[in-house]
Ligand binder design. Sequence first.
Ligand SMILES: [Zn+2]
Ligand SMILES: [Zn+2]
Ligand SMILES: [Zn+2]
Length: 158
Amino acid sequence: MEHRIEKIKKQLHSHSYKLTPQREATVRVLLEREDDHLSAEDVYLLVKEKSPEIGLATVYRTLELLSELKIVDKINFGDGVSRYDLRKEGAKHFHHHLVCIECGSVEEIENDLLGEVEQIVENDWGFEVKDHRLTFHGICRQCQKAAAAEKEDVQKAT
Ligand SMILES: [Zn+2]
Ligand SMILES: [Zn+2]
Ligand SMILES: [Zn+2]
């Protein structure tokens, strides 16, 4: 975790921003909960547990700054809530998401699967790809299993 903090500190410095204690508290929460997709309010509540003096506006401004600097990505899974997602170390583009329409779970695909698509977009549209968002909506493994088990039970019962 410390080397990630150090790296983010450098990224801020290179844009003439400081890693203030308030900003650091926010960054730490994002690192601790890297697998989650937290809203500004979620982040705020977690920051508050350790640093009750930090307000929602400060957390919000920090998140906006981090997303401007591409340290975090802002994403919306269609529920109208903006979520903040730490960019993976060394990743050039934003990772992909698998959102389950049954249970709401979110899985991540870290490998960039879009290399070929990016090439087509660049060649055929002359468009220089800088980033992308890719979210698949569907049914996760667990929900598929649960549905299959339920079906089996119904068949046994009849
Ligand atoms: Zn993610
Ligand atoms: Zn890509
Ligand atoms: Zn599911």
